[in-house]
Ligand binder design. Structure first.
Ligand code: C2O
Ligand code: CU
Ligand code: CU
Length: 521
């Protein structure tokens, strides 16, 4: 499908209104619905999607730090899925219902029963629920620094389909510490939720049923190792444009794509000024010509258009290969473009400001770590010779092996001996990236021997703040440090390429009660 870029205006997602506001908590209800949404004016008509509150992407939920938010997530979707369900993978077998949903607030510190465990799914009217379903109303304490989080579906075996169908939205925590900075706000603070989709000729969403040229006796439908669309959408429109004044804007950018990474660059040659990462503000602003954003990552950037002449047009381009980074480069005419900025007259003077110092980030010390865990990223063929992905060679259903103690600091060494960058995400906590150390992949694959071959590379400044998703680079051991708190209970960590997560690159972990301080060791 050929669509002309930059003919639709960028939609600005609306904030969700609470049903009730009490002293103790704010209450929302969010209903997942099927509806039709015009994704580009040249498509033959609106496209069938699923969305929270009938919005694609979902409405923005806004919370103040410390505000207790309760959300009743309601599934009002049809009984049948409109995307192809693979019945051979764990969690979506023949006996499983089609349309199961469960909502995860990505990046949030929440109790395990509100975290959206993949087996805590529910169907319409909570008629059927998964084995780990515990409650209808989820509770978010928002006891964490201001940050751009996002909520999305997490149902076992079909997350890739539910998110592709549209079940994703932004969640913003604000706090006083950030407000004192006078960053661009109001109409000048804009979320950019980037996704990629493909369309059938009739304008319906295309998600591949199976691989190209499947061998005989291949499952149909079958999951593939990754799905990237050939159209890029921002806030639900394909290649939109945004009119901007010659002044500073703050953009909260989320990559909500299944597998596609974006290496973003402005064709005006301007830099982005990155001010935040997944878990909130950085220590200080960073000027960057290019930013690479993996699925589920967020970057908070300021773009200063004040030096641009009225009438100029600036394209936000993408140069990232798919699969990242060994695959094909994007087509400069299509997937190489994200959106366009059109500079119009200034309406009022820009009084916002970018401080030199943004926030204080207390660094975890390596010497404070209680233990080090190694996590390998593995790929093996399944019985149909399809690629199946693992963490430490284990799938989701194998025994629980990660049991950090509440309050403990741990170092996780993500060992990537493959060829793809995997965006590894850990629930419950925000971590810090210690470094990436090159290692001898052949020695590791042959003998399981971890031999470093070079100096540790410190994370670039844009990755030096709080993170919940990290690009684990092939040929490197990516070292993370984190504290498991403030809740005990069961959570997951996984690759955020959704086709990897579903098959089968996701593992549970359980935060267990702390050791007794006064007992003998
Ligand atoms: Cu954004 Cu476990 O997910
Ligand atoms: Cu998460
Ligand atoms: Cu992966």
């Amino acid at each position: 499908m050929e669509l002309t870029p930059f003919i639709d205006a960028l939609p600005i997602p609306e904030y969700l209104r609470p049903l009730e506001r009490h002293k103790q908590f704010t209450y929302y209800e969010v209903t997942m619905k099927e509806f039709f949404h015009q994704m580009h004016s040249e498509l033959p008509g609106p496209t069938k999607v699923w969305g929270y509150e009938g919005k694609f992407p979902g409405p923005v939920i806004e919370a103040e730090r410390g505000e207790r938010v309760r959300v009743k997530w309601i599934n009002d979707l049809p009984e049948e899925h409109f995307l192809p369900i693979d019945r051979t993978i764990h969690g979506s077998g023949d006996s499983m219902l089609d349309v199961r949903t469960v909502v995860h607030l990505h990046g949030a510190e929440v109790e395990s029963d509100s975290d959206g465990y993949p087996d805590a799914w529910f169907t319409k009217g909570y008629k059927h629920v998964g084995p780990r379903f515990e409650r209808e109303v989820y509770e978010y304490p928002n006891n964490q620094r201001a940050a751009t989080l996002w909520y999305h579906d997490h149902a076992i075996g079909i997350t890739r389909l539910n998110v592709y169908a549209g079940l994703a939205g932004l969640y913003i925590i604000r706090d006083h510490q950030e407000r004192v900075h006078n960053l661009p706000a109001g109409n000048y603070e804009i979320p950019l939720i980037i996704m990629d989709k493909s369309f059938n000729d009739d304008g319906s969403l295309f998600y591949p049923r199976t691989v190209n040229n499947p061998p005989p006796n291949f499952p149909d439908p079958s999951i593939t190792p990754g799905v990237a669309g050939d159209c890029i959408l921002v806030n639900g429109k394909v290649w939109p444009y945004l009119e901007v004044e010659p002044r500073k804007y703050r953009f909260r950018i989320l990559n909500a794509s299944n597998e596609r990474f974006y290496r973003m660059k402005l064709d005006s040659g301007q830099s982005f000024i990155q001010i935040g990462s997944d878990g909130g503000l950085l220590e200080r602003p960073v000027k960057l010509k290019e930013i690479t954003i993996a699925p589920a990552e967020r970057v908070d950037v300021i773009i200063d258009f004040s030096q641009q002449v009225v009438g100029s047009r600036i394209i936000l381009n993408n140069t990232a290969n798919t699969p990242f980074d060994f695959g094909a480069p994007p087509d400069p005419e299509t997937t190489g473009k994200i959106m366009q900025f059109r500079v119009v007259e200034l309406k009022s003077p820009d009084t916002s400001n970018i401080p030199r110092f943004l926030s204080n980030i207390v660094r975890f010390q390596e010497s404070d770590a209680e233990r080090i865990r190694d996590i390998t990223l593995d790929v093996r063929p399944d019985q149909y010779n399809r690629l199946k992905f693992f963490l430490n060679n284990r799938g989701f259903m194998e025994n629980l092996t990660e049991k950090p103690r509440l309050g403990d600091i741990e170092i996780w060494r993500i060992i990537n001996q493959g060829i793809a960058v995997h965006p590894i995400h850990i629930h419950l906590i925000q971590f810090q990236i210690l470094d990436r150390i090159p290692f001898d992949v052949d020695a590791f694959n042959a003998k399981g021997q971890l031999r470093f071959t070079g100096e540790p590379q410190l994370p670039p400044p844009g990755e030096s703040g709080w993170k919940d998703t990290v690009q684990a680079t092939p040929g490197f051991v990516t070292r993370l440090i984190m504290r498991f708190a403030p809740f005990t209970g069961r959570y997951v960590y996984h690759c955020h390429i959704l086709e990897h997560e579903d098959y089968d690159m996701m593992r549970p972990f359980q935060v267990i009660a702390p050791a007794c301080k006064y007992c003998q060791k």
